[in-house]
Design a protein around this ligand. Structure first.
Ligand code: IMP
Length: 196
């Protein structure tokens, strides 16, 4: 069994990643590891924030761990909210106000193209590896569905006519940026355990 600490306090992310992992892999959330720490995300890129989070937890525990940083990028807003996705409307992470702000800014825009991006930073045996997952789609004109979290009710992935908010977790995983990044992580870890 490969066991990793997942450096996040976001229970939605824990649920999604746990569901995406095959047998033989298990993750321990920060809460389960007894680490009550809010890790800062001060950097201008998802990559740098992911690295910061995994490094903080690796230094604290000395255990193999990974983190992820995600964001929603829109073409019409030059990539915003991007790295500021969690705190787009104000400084407190508040999903409804972030979504309202996004819809207001896109109100008169024809181009509603957007993409979710996830970057995973894995630190294993003191070495870091980055994995990326991208999901292309469009922003709906109003929220639909109440599944998932964050911008899920306004994001329609390419290949579907429904928002992530209208999908079950299993359905979202077919398109999910996070799932794509996790798949790359699993391939890497599998090769590592086969080679050792
Ligand atoms: P962070 O990765 O913790 O900095 O937060 C990323 C933010 O992006 C979240 O708070 C959500 O607002 C948004 N986000 C990331 N992934 C998803 C997703 O799968 N669905 C909806 N919103 C997401």
């Amino acid at each position: 069994m490969t066991e990793l600490i997942f450096a996040t306090n976001n229970e939605n992310k824990v649920r999604e990643i746990r569901q995406a992992l095959p047998e033989g892999f298990s993750i321990i959330s920060l809460k389960e590891a007894g680490i009550l720490k809010d890790i800062p995300e001060p950097h201008p890129t998802l990559e740098a924030n992911a690295t910061e989070k995994s490094t903080v937890i690796y230094r604290l525990t000395g255990k193999n761990c990974f983190s992820e940083d995600s964001g929603l990028e829109t073409e019409a807003l030059d990539g915003a909210p991007g790295v500021r996705s969690a705190r787009f409307a104000d400084n407190e992470p508040e999903y409804a106000s972030n979504t309202e702000k996004l819809l207001a800014l896109l109100q008169d825009k024809e181009n509603r193209r957007a993409r979710f991006k996830t970057v995973i930073s894995l630190i294993i045996n003191n070495e870091e590896q980055l994995f990326e997952g991208i999901c292309e789609g469009t922003i709906a004109t109003a929220p639909l569905g109440n599944g998932g979290f964050g911008y899920d009710p306004v994001f329609i992935p390419d290949g579907s006519d429904r928002t992530f908010g209208q999908m079950s977790l299993e359905e979202k995983q077919e398109f999910s940026h996070r799932k794509k990044a996790v798949k790359k992580l699993v391939v890497y870890l599998t090769h590592l355990s086969v080679g050792s």
